[in-house]
Write a protein that binds this ligand. Structure first.
Ligand SMILES: NC(=O)c1ccc[n+]([C@@H]2O[C@H](COP(=O)([O-])OP(=O)(O)OC[C@H]3O[C@@H](n4cnc5c(N)ncnc54)[C@H](O)[C@@H]3O)[C@@H](O)[C@H]2O)c1
Length: 333
């Protein structure tokens, strides 16, 4: 049985849906907060609730006793912890929300996972942990000690807390460093959704860093497939791990960090061209300087992911954007 936190969110919903289709029993938790349109979260949740093997609880993970109740009620095997305050730019305005959910909330879930002997604890990290490093592609062993905003700092903290639990309590943990996930049911605060909505309404889109951003976009179907594959591959102690040359992707204990990105960055202006092509409409663009805390480029080394799962995010942006716009046209009609 899986517990998925953030089940009404974009990635959580997509993962739950796949698990439910595979007839797995899924416990979903989410506080359905108003960071973005609650209607979208409720709509996702309604779809999940139509499965009889889905059990939803509206709880705030900041509240430890609520989290504990869930773990006591169900016999959970695996946890996929995705509930978080996401968003890089928002974290500059509201840092305390990130400390509350991403640090305290994360602690409540991992602590309960330890006490209930969870077989595999997976959690969302992010490409943002690499900060502004320029040694592309980012490897799991690249430094992640220079976060450029509090969002990245909280996610990196999660990885460090996870290591301490894997070390002390032998809790098998896997941190998934997601690289810009997009696709149907995607988040309205993310660039793709905003670009498509505004271009459709003939509104000007804002493009930061004068369009000189590169992102390693990962399509949601790849992310779902790979996350579930990883959930069946529990990390083990790495007996070859060398304390003289510590590699940060694994450890002497059952701990692992994996990039989920395709090593295929695309320039933002090229990404916009693909949107224009699918919409058959020209974008009105306002070019702006780089925003505080933004990364200029992300690029994942996908070798470790491929070693573990025999695959990595491969779906091309032209296909993914087309699928996203089909969904957008249908959902917002
Ligand atoms: N989408 C991406 O490109 C991306 C990239 C890197 C990392 N991530 C991480 O992946 C995870 C999922 O991201 P997403 O894009 O699906 O985001 P999302 O915002 O759509 O989903 C997060 C869900 O968590 C819930 N939540 C937030 N705070 C909560 C709390 N205190 N208690 C209970 N529920 C709470 C929200 O209501 C939301 O439904 C997050 O941890 C995010 O930081 C996402």
């Amino acid at each position: 049985m899986y517990l998925v936190s953030g089940s009404a969110g974009f990635i959580g919903f997509s993962i739950c849906l796949e698990l439910l289709k595979k007839k797995k029993k899924v416990i979903g938790i989410d506080n359905l907060n108003d960071y973005y349109d609650i209607k979208l979260k409720k709509k996702r949740n309604k779809i999940l609730k139509s499965f009889k093997n889905y059990f939803f609880h509206k709880i705030n993970i900041i509240n430890q006793s609520n989290v504990n109740k869930i773990f006591k009620t169900y016999k959970i095997d695996k946890v996929i912890h995705l509930a978080a305050q996401a968003g890089v730019r928002y974290s500059i305005k509201f840092p305390e929300k990130y400390i509350d959910t991403n640090i305290k909330g994360f602690f409540n879930i991992i602590e309960a996972s330890k006490r209930h002997n969870i077989k595999h604890f997976l959690y969302a990290s992010t490409s943002s942990v690499y900060g502004s490093l320029t040694n592309f592609p980012y490897k799991e062993n690249s430094s992640a000690s220079h976060p450029a905003q509090i969002y990245a700092a909280t996610k990196r903290s999660n990885e460090l807390i996870a290591h301490s639990y894997s070390s002390l309590y032998k809790l098998p943990t896997t941190g998934l460093r997601f690289f810009t996930v997009y696709g149907p049911w995607g988040r309205p605060d993310m660039a793709l959704n905003q670009f498509v909505s505004n271009i459709k309404k003939n509104k000007t889109i804002e493009v930061f860093n004068y369009g000189n951003h590169y992102r390693d976009f990962s399509y949601i179907d790849d992310i779902v497939k790979i996350t579930l594959s990883i959930s069946n591959k529990t990390p083990k102690n790495n007996y070859k791990w060398n304390r003289n040359k510590p590699n940060t992707k694994s450890s002497y204990c059952p701990y692992r960090i994996i990039n989920l990105g395709g090593n295929n960055p695309i320039k933002l202006t090229q990404f916009i061209k693909l949107i224009e092509k699918k919409l058959n409409k020209k974008a009105k663009i306002k070019y702006l300087p780089l925003q505080k805390g933004d990364m200029i480029k992300t690029q994942a080394s996908s070798k470790w992911c491929e070693e573990i799962t025999s695959t990595f995010p491969k779906i091309k942006p032209s296909y993914g954007i087309s699928k996203f716009i089909d969904w957008h046209n249908n959902y917002y009609k």
